[in-house]
Write a protein that binds this ligand. Structure first.
Ligand code: NAP
Ligand code: HSE
Length: 439
């Protein structure tokens, strides 16, 4: 396909017009002058692919742009760029490979797709001399991809620590600050358009793990299959954990973390107790925040709306402008993302990571139980830092009560092995709860 004239209109096909696509269409159709000034040329929305053309749409969208004919978009030589905001993995993979082969550049917000098929998609782009941009795939409106690939390019990245899932953060804020139930808060997140089509991907930590896999590729040059990332979601956090965490001076957040120790990379997604006044503990609702430490720059922090229509559309549209200017194509050509090169970095087993732990056990309130639990911890070399057991209101000896134990730093593997033993005690109601704690 001939390269577009650098001042000629730049023609775009939108694949998907739901939460994100609807926002991108609004920006393109309502702000043509602003965007043309930034891109140096008019950005023209030429086609909008949807599944159901009969669905009610934003009135700003001219109905004649809607189509269900994907092959006409792939074949249309006038379309320079396709913006994939439909979601899914298998369908989106095939469509993007076909579009790249047909000579079109691609913008996508699809983290599930890139985490699974990034290498194939980037290789195909490189082979066809096309580019793929994906700012909206991590952090919604937070420009973390641009920060890592451009602004921090002089650094060796040492660590990343982030709240990467807006839905989970929204649910945890709702539970801890507004006394909402988990189910109410999740339904509200869905209503706001924060959740994935399958919200179990949000709450079980998969969405954050997919985003972490993308960041690990950019920051550390490592292609990690999502199923190799140690991953726990928020579904087993109970109101009691939120209350005990608060009593201890902590807030529970779903964190995605990556850090390099020599050539060993630790990657995990887990609920973590964070001290109240730390910046990430202050991130509320569907906001995301990512701490990045580089060897030259030191600490940096990126913060903003991590999900929802217009924040995500902001990131997608920035990629569209970068493509229209021709910047994204140059950046893409110099990035060796998912190139398959081995840089010697290996994954560190989660079991060996040392951290402090919050443990919540349900025990029988009778003589010797606390001593038995303490003995088992001591046998594994795990030191107790503090303990909470409240007197049960109108409780009787022998009733079950929660026992919260905060440990000193210990290897994760030892803590898990000890908890398994504790859970086999007849005086303990399994399963016990454990979350790492960080200052
Ligand atoms: P959505 O609201 O469910 O919208 C999906 C859109 O794609 C709909 O317009 C749907 O058509 C269309 N579509 C889906 N499959 C199609 C197919 N096979 N053929 C034609 N059209 C198809 O999803 P979304 O929330 O906008 O998310 C889209 C993508 O952005 C996902 O990859 C998601 O992970 C990512 N993302 C979302 C957010 C967010 O906050 N929502 C943030 C960052 C990234 P109909 O309208 O006819 O059903
Ligand atoms: N479902 C995702 C979230 C959308 O809640 O963070 C943004 O990627």
């Amino acid at each position: 396909m001939p390269e577009p004239d650098s001042n000629a209109p730049y023609n775009i096909a939108l694949l998907g017009c739901g939460t994100v696509g609807g926002g991108v269409a609004r920006l393109l159709l309502e702000q043509p002058q602003r965007l043309a000034a930034r891109a140096g040329r008019p950005l023209v929305l030429r086609r909008v692919l949807v599944r159901d053309p009969g669905k009610p749409r934003d009135p700003v969208l001219p109905p004649q742009l809607l189509t269900t004919d994907l092959s006409a978009i792939v074949r249309d030589p006038e379309i320079h760029l396709a913006v994939e905001v439909a979601g899914g993995v298998d369908w989106a993979r095939k469509v993007i490979l076909d579009l790249l082969a047909a000579g079109k550049d691609v913008v996508t917000a699809n983290k599930a797709l890139l985490a699974e098929h990034g290498q194939e998609i980037f290789d195909t782009g490189r082979r066809h001399g096309r580019a793929v941009a994906f700012e909206a795939s991590v952090g919604g409106g937070v420009p973390i991809i641009a920060a890592l690939t451009q602004s921090l390019a002089a650094n060796r990245i040492i660590s990343l620590q982030g709240i990467l899932n807006g839905t989970c953060n929204f649910i945890l804020t709702g539970m801890s600050e507004h006394g909402r139930s988990y189910a109410e808060a999740l339904a509200d997140a869905q209503k706001h358009g924060y959740a994935e089509a399958d919200p179990s991907l949000d709450v079980n930590g998969t969405d954050a793990a997919q985003k972490l896999a993308i960041l690990a590729q950019i920051a550390f040059g490592v292609a990690v299959p999502v199923d190799q990332i140690s991953c726990r979601g928020i579904a087993n956090i109970q109101a009691a954990d939120i209350r005990f965490a608060r009593e201890l001076g902590y807030t529970i957040k779903l964190l995605a973390e990556a850090w390099l120790d020599g050539n060993q990379l630790s990657l995990h997604v887990s609920p973590v107790l964070l001290r109240h006044l730390t910046p990430l503990a202050q991130v509320r609702d569907a906001f995301n925040a990512i701490n990045v430490i580089g060897d030259a720059v030191g600490h940096t922090l990126y913060y903003g709306r991590g999900a929802g229509q217009m924040p995500t559309a902001s990131a997608v549209t920035a990629d569209i402008i970068d493509m229209a200017v021709g910047r994204a194509q140059r950046t893409f050509a110099t990035l060796s993302l998912w190139s398959g090169k081995d840089n010697g970095v290996t994954l560190r087993s989660r079991e060996t990571v040392r951290t402090r732990f919050y443990l919540r056990l349900l025990i029988q309130d009778r003589p010797g139980v606390l001593a038995d639990v303490a003995r088992l911890l001591a046998n594994h070399g795990i030191s107790i830092s503090s303990v909470i057991q409240h007197e049960a209101l109108e409780g009787h000896e022998g009733d079950t009560v929660p026992l919260v134990i905060v440990t000193h730093t210990a290897p994760t593997g030892s803590v898990l092995a000890t908890l398994a033993e504790i859970d086999r005690m007849p005086s303990v109601t399994a399963p016990s709860v454990h979350f790492p704690m960080e200052d």
